[in-house]
Design a protein around this ligand. Structure first.
Ligand SMILES: Nc1ncnc2c1ncn2[C@@H]1O[C@H](COP(=O)(O)OP(=O)(O)OP(=O)(O)O)[C@@H](O)[C@H]1O
Length: 543
């Protein structure tokens, strides 16, 4: 099953893109070593690997953004254009990145043909061509709409349409469901099938293995920069994939040597009566008019040692609630009390001072300082304690203080001094989490904390949050639309249109009931609990 070179093209399937022996170094980090793979017409190849395995580096090379140190990229049997000749590169490959490359102030048609027009432009013509593409592929978006008015799903469609307009034969989708709701993710799967049926090759990068099983014919696994497995998805099960990713036999519930298992910390000893524990957080009648999801009078509480999940659809106000409690945004009415004391509204510094740790949704904007080293980021909020009376804080002391936290989250870096901005996306998220854990807050607000984190690290991350709650008596407010995150919670509050719709207070929580509740319906349990990977079909996992 293991192979390091490009897999043999099956009969009748044309190899459109072929990568052989690709190496890429960043300083001392060997991000890719001798990687080879093929993208074939009409096939969807999944690309998976742990955080830092080299997926984004390979995507950047395939997208013509960076040059490999060694190895070749061939399009249709010919050497690829030189790096930088973006126009010719886009005739073969177009990438839909996690962060939208759409210009919000331009219309759909302008974005579809952005950088793809001769100097004399007939907008009428471009609109007509955009309409033709939308029609051909069954996309339903008006070519004249300004992109700022579109949803995340529609923006993705515009990016796919842009790829098709350039005649790209291969489309790379990098974590495409990360910001999509369940139904939108399902529609995306249909579009991927449509693309492959039309002869397009798709490279599908995801941490959601269920998605890979659902839509990819083949899957390639990167581990520490090496391609360790390429195989038909039908010949593997989830455990095989995880084993290839982590490098060893990994069965559900097992963990790597030296890493604490999620189960160890999942709900250690199940604190007998959390309701009787003192109230850490009390949210009272919170109202907000936030454009990202309003709140219409939300009240809830979190007790010491308790992990309370908050979930709902994208616009239900889940992130708004988390951001307001963390002091990252203001609110119109209501109050937030920590240990009975009112927390000033809308000030992150004041909230942190009061004891509220924050794992933000947008780690790039709020989570870490890119040019500072890993250890400096992790210990940023405890620098005063570490330097003690002398006021001198040596890098070695920072590194020693950060080490247990980064090890616990299995953070991959070139060392404690590596700038956080150079880390892979998932490892940047781990820096954010480690920093929050470091200052031992009495309440942790985490918003979609496992987004972009690999499947094995998710367990570690969630386990760490639960462990902190159990061992220090901190409260955790876990705001997430990923149902599998909620398995670690003691209670789950479901928001619908900015109001508390219902509460689940007895784990394990039934995923079907949770889904129904997020849609504003109440049902009867029929299926397995959340967090059981075997029982979470792709549409739920795609949340
Ligand atoms: N510009 C850079 N400078 C230094 N190191 C880098 C740079 N870009 C990537 N790396 C390193 O290369 C390795 C591979 O990173 P890459 O982003 O490709 O991983 P990934 O598989 O995409 O991870 P994730 O799942 O977290 O997004 C990591 O160790 C990362 O720190």
């Amino acid at each position: 099953m293991t192979s390091s070179g490009p897999p043999d093209p099956g009969p009748g399937s044309t190899v459109l893109v072929e990568v052989t022996g690709v190496d890429k170094r960043f300083g001392t980090t060997r991000a890719l070593r001798g990687v080879g793979l093929s993208l074939r017409a009409g096939q969807c190849l999944g690309l998976v690997g742990r955080n830092g395995a080299g997926k984004s580096t390979l995507v950047s090379i395939l997208s013509g953004l960076i040059e490999p140190d060694a190895g070749t990229v061939r399009f249709g049997g010919e050497p690829a254009p030189r790096v930088g000749d973006i126009a010719r590169w886009r005739e073969w490959i177009a990438t839909v990145f996690q962060h939208s490359m759409i210009v919000p102030d331009l219309s759909v048609a302008e974005n579809v043909f952005l950088g793809n027009t001769s100097s004399v432009v007939s907008w009428r013509e471009l609109r007509a061509r955009t309409r033709a593409i939308m029609r051909e592929w069954g996309f339903d978006i008006d070519a004249r709409t300004p992109c700022r008015e579109l949803s995340v799903e529609q923006l993705q469609i515009v990016e796919i349409a842009r790829a098709l307009a350039r005649g790209a034969k291969c489309v790379l989708l990098d974590e495409p469901t990360a910001a999509l709701e369940r139904q939108a993710a399902r529609r995306l799967f249909d579009r991927v099938r449509q693309l492959t049926a039309g002869g397009v090759a798709v490279l599908y990068i995801s941490h959601h293995l269920e998605e890979v099983f659902e839509i990819c014919e083949n899957v390639a696994v990167l581990r520490d920069g090496e391609l360790v497995l390429t195989a038909p998805t039908a010949s593997l099960d989830r455990d095989d994939l995880v084993a290839a990713m982590v490098g060893g036999v990994h069965r559900a519930g097992e963990h790597r040597a030296g890493e604490p298992a999620a189960g160890d910390a999942g709900r250690p000893g199940q604190a007998p009566d959390l309701e009787a524990a003192p109230v850490v957080l009390s949210v009272d009648g919170l109202e907000s008019g936030s454009a990202r999801g309003r709140l219409g009078g939300v009240s809830l509480s979190v007790h010491a040692g308790e992990v309370v999940g908050v979930t709902g659809l994208l616009s239900a106000g889940v992130a708004t609630l988390g951001r307001a409690v963390a002091g990252a945004e203001g609110y119109a009415a209501g109050q937030i009390l920590l240990h009975g004391r009112r927390v000033p509204a809308g000030g992150r510094a004041a909230a942190q001072h009061a004891g509220i740790g924050y794992i933000p949704e947008d780690r790039r904007a709020e989570g870490f300082v890119a040019h500072l080293g890993v250890a400096e980021n992790v210990t940023m909020t405890i620098a005063g304690d570490l330097s003690g009376r002398t006021g001198v804080l040596r890098p070695a002391r920072r590194a020693a203080a950060a080490a247990p936290l980064t090890a616990r989250l299995s953070l991959v870096s070139a060392g404690p001094r590596q700038p956080a901005g150079e880390l892979s996306g998932g490892n940047q998220q781990k820096v954010t989490v480690a920093r929050t854990l470091a200052h031992r807050p009495s309440l942790i607000v985490a918003i979609t904390p496992t987004r972009g984190v690999d499947v094995a690290s998710k367990e570690l991350l969630l386990g760490s949050l639960a462990d902190v709650a159990a061992s220090t008596g901190a409260g955790v407010l876990l705001c997430s639309d990923e149902l599998s995150d909620l398995a670690v919670c003691d209670r789950v509050v479901v928001l619908v249109r900015g109001e508390v719709f219902t509460e689940f207070s007895k784990p394990p929580f039934d995923r079907d009931e949770l889904i129904l509740a997020t849609e504003g319906m109440k049902g009867t349990a029929t299926n397995g609990p959340v967090g059981d990977p075997a029982s979470v079909p792709a549409e739920e996992a795609a949340q």
